[in-house]
Design a binder for this molecule. Structure first.
Ligand code: ZN
Length: 253
């Protein structure tokens, strides 16, 4: 019979009140992917579970397998990303990473790469290095890497049909770049440099996004093709985090 109790390192992807005093949390774990668990009594001020069950927490958790949901029986906080709570304009960027990880990772499937990326992404966002452009780029880079690690790597090297080096179109449904001759269907036109920027974001370590200086137009194009790609391949519509990002950072005209 499988062990009823287990321990795991995890990142809290969401946390919501349940009943009178409990919290229902979603954890991203290295070994078991995504899982939902109940923290009984966590909303009571004296609860020893209260500290580790908020969104944007990295911790070590003890759990007990329940009939439907697992129960959190103990926890130890390793890192609290409090900057997301203290800075309202930063919050939706941290939320975006959590929402995307929650949507792309499956339950009961190891997710070491996503855990590593999310931890690094939260750390970089909470650091002092990133301006608004840097935060936007980090989201795009995180997304490209996440999609890559979950098996939907967009084709960004050359035209995905004829392999011509000239790539000025992106087709969300076909999942990559196209040349002028092959473009059709839902392919959208990109301005010069956007494809190279996307490649760089996919390949370079997350920490290097702060060195990139994209044009506003390139950022807008990347956001648009990312949204179309998400919708087509993952059936992800508008995310709450993206609505908040737009609300807090209205596009300049
Ligand atoms: Zn082509």
């Amino acid at each position: 019979m499988a062990e009823r109790s287990y321990k795991t390192d995890a990142l809290v992807l969401s946390s919501r009140p349940l009943g009178e005093a409990d919290r229902l949390i979603e954890l991203l774990t290295w070994e078991r992917g995504k899982l939902s668990a109940v923290a009984r009594g966590a909303r009571k001020t004296k609860s020893r579970l209260a500290a580790g069950v908020d969104l944007f927490t990295y911790g070590h958790y003890q759990l007990h397998r329940g009939r439907s949901l697992d129960l959190i029986t103990g926890q130890e906080v390793k890192e609290h990303f409090t900057a997301f709570r203290e800075d309202a304009s930063l919050y939706p960027f941290g939320l975006f990473l959590a929402e995307l990880a929650g949507r792309l990772v499956r339950s009961e499937e190891p997710a070491p790469e996503t855990c590593r990326l999310l931890l690094e992404g939260w750390r970089l966002l909470c650091g002092k290095d990133l301006d608004l452009t840097g935060r936007m780029l980090l989201c795009r880079a995180f997304e490209l890497k996440m999609m890559s690690s979950t098996g939907f790597r967009p084709h960004l090297e050359n035209c995905l049909l004829c392999h011509a080096p000239e790539t000025l179109y992106f087709s969300p449904s076909q999942g990559g770049l196209l040349c002028r001759r092959c473009a059709g269907g839902d392919a959208v036109r990109l301005s010069a440099g956007t494809a190279a920027l996307a490649r760089r974001l996919l390949q370079a370590p997350l920490e290097q996004v702060k060195m990139l200086r994209p044009l506003a137009q390139q950022l807008r194009e990347l956001a648009a093709i990312a949204a179309a790609f998400r919708r087509y391949h993952f059936d992800i519509g508008e995310l709450r985090s993206l609505q908040l990002i737009k609300l807090l950072n209205p596009p300049s005209r």
